[in-house]
Design a protein around this ligand. Structure first.
Ligand SMILES: [Zn+2]
Length: 156
């Protein structure tokens, strides 16, 4: 293995310049300097591979002057992005809540409709029972009336 390559025991891969990514430093000390870094390298993650090779020399005077300005702007943009993400999440949560409420309302509506349907069916049954009972009683009353009338006629 040459001095330009590096074998990472923890991540089990070999790094070399041609396999690495060209990156740019955005810290105050080495602002703007380019380097070759492992393609598996992640700023937010634990460094699993130590392969590292500078491409540029020391940061120039102008680079040092401009670094804080650029970093401040990046920080502002990151904050704005974070705020926007939070707002988006809030909106998404509100939407989810609204959808959930709508579902509950629909379920209630459906339940109310079923109850109404059952009540209507019951009412129909009662009406039918009433008609049938009257239909049965009326001839009976009529018969009673006729019998009573005839008895009255016979007694005279
Ligand atoms: Zn690597």
């Amino acid at each position: 293995m040459s001095s330009l390559s590096y074998y990472s025991g923890s991540s089990h891969h070999a790094c070399s310049v041609d396999r690495c990514q060209l990156r740019i430093v955005l810290t105050l000390n080495n602002f703007g300097k380019r380097f070759y870094g492992c393609c598996y390298y992640d700023v937010d993650d634990e460094p699993t591979c130590k392969y590292f090779r500078w491409l540029d020399g020391k940061t120039c005077k102008h680079g040092f002057e401009v670094a804080p300005i650029v970093l401040a702007r990046i920080s502002t943009y990151k904050n704005q992005a974070r705020v926007a993400q939070e707002k988006e999440k809030e909106a998404s949560d509100r939407e989810k809540t609204a959808i959930e409420r709508e579902k509950v309302a629909k379920r209630r509506e459906e339940k109310a409709r079923v109850i109404e349907r059952i009540a209507k069916k019951k009412l129909q049954k009662y009406k039918f029972a009433l008609v049938v009972s009257w239909g049965g009683f009326l001839p009976f009353f009529f018969l009673c009336f006729l019998v009573g009338w005839k008895n009255l006629e016979q007694s005279h």
